[in-house]
Design a binder for this molecule. Structure first.
Ligand code: F6P
Length: 349
């Protein structure tokens, strides 16, 4: 215990020296929750937060179903054993939810009461941008330091090269698309595969390039439908009949079925099929990369709370830890380099 107090003292910074995202408040009891769509590796992150917290002498509490559990007082004390044998499991042992009530002041006030009666004075939130928005609001109102970890298969968060779950999801998509190509090849078919990504095309782009897709349609870019039809017509003429189109669910045409309807109308001779991969991409055992980044991020989230960092998201950029204000870690509408599309076109000819 003595060495923990010394440790905390070492990191006690005077208020006037604190940058905007720092606080002089020392945390002693922390809560951890998973929020929004689940993503493989969330369990590894929870494990890292719990064990790092306990290592530093903190009391650690698990909050069930994201902010809903905070409001409904579904909060329990965790120890090292509570996170045994979970690093390899998909989903989240804390369960997850998208809480509408937390976006109302009354909901946040209830949540605060439930934390304060236990003395919880720091939070780690594993989720996406919606969860971070909630955390920022909550922290502004009740002065509780919140640290965000990017947990989403969509990879649509600024300030990190990785989000927990993306690598697993994209590998699941690749495995499935490879299988689809086998049957597409056997029947000389045109396959349209819809992958997840309501607002982001990273799963489509990465899995499409990795499986040699002929076309990739994503929400970040506008698809020239005439160009797409022209290229398929040209391929049909030279008897290249096996074609894979990978489309993100949030593409402007509305996803796999919608784009298939257009193609079937314009190219009635093509033997066209649609496969929607759906939630299979959200489950499964996390890859080594997802376990690793989740463990690093979870460890550093607790370090952040101990050293007085306030309302930041822990990311990894160029293999170094990166801390950005939660406010800035919102959906990153990154401009996707033209190069990627050139690669698709040249390699799939
Ligand atoms: O945020 C991740 C995500 O998987 C999106 O890609 C997808 O559109 C959405 O969640 C689906 O959410 P739900 O499971 O609530 O239908």
């Amino acid at each position: 215990m003595i060495h923990i107090l010394l440790y905390l003292n070492t990191y006690c910074i005077k208020k006037e020296e604190l940058p905007k995202e720092m606080s002089e408040k020392k945390v002693t009891k922390i809560g951890v929750l998973t929020s929004g769509g689940d993503s493989p590796g969330m369990n590894a992150a929870v494990r890292a937060v719990v064990r790092t917290g306990i290592y530093h002498g903190l009391e650690v509490y698990g909050i069930m179903r994201g902010y809903s559990g905070m409001i409904e007082d579904d909060i329990f004390r965790m120890d090292s054993r509570s996170v045994a044998n979970i690093i390899q499991r998909g989903g989240t042992i804390l369960k997850t939810a998208r809480s509408k009530e937390f976006f109302e002041p009354e909901g946040r006030a209830k949540a605060y009461q439930n934390l304060s009666k236990r003395g919880i004075d720091g939070l780690v939130i594993i989720g996406g941008d919606g969860s971070f928005r909630g955390a920022q609001k909550f922290s502004n109102e009740f002065d509780i330091p919140c640290i965000g970890l990017p947990g989403t298969i969509d990879k649509d968060i600024a300030g990190s090269d990785f989000t927990i779950g993306f690598d697993t999801a994209v590998n699941t998509a690749v495995e499935a698309i490879d299988k689809i190509r086998d049957t597409a090849d056997a029947h000389d078919r045109l396959f349209i595969v819809e992958v997840m990504g309501r607002d982001a095309g990273y799963i489509a782009l990465h899995s499409g390039i990795a499986t040699g897709a002929e076309n990739i349609l994503i929400p970040e870019t506008k698809t020239d439908i005439e160009e797409l039809i022209a290229s398929l017509t040209e391929k049909e003429k030279r008897r290249k009949l096996v074609n894979l189109i990978v489309v993100a669910e949030g593409d402007e045409f509305g996803g796999g079925n919608e784009i298939a309807a257009i193609i079937k109308k314009r190219l009635p001779n093509a033997d066209t099929r649609v496969c929607i991969l759906g939630h299979i991409q959200r489950g499964g055992s996390p890859t080594c990369l997802d376990r690793l980044i989740a463990s690093r991020m979870g460890y550093h989230a607790v370090e952040c709370l101990l050293t007085g960092r306030y309302n930041v998201m822990v990311g990894i950029l160029n293999n170094k830890m990166n801390y950005i204000p939660l406010n800035n870690a919102i959906k990153a509408k990154q401009k996707i380099s033209e190069d990627w599309f050139k690669i698709v076109k040249i390699l799939a000819s």
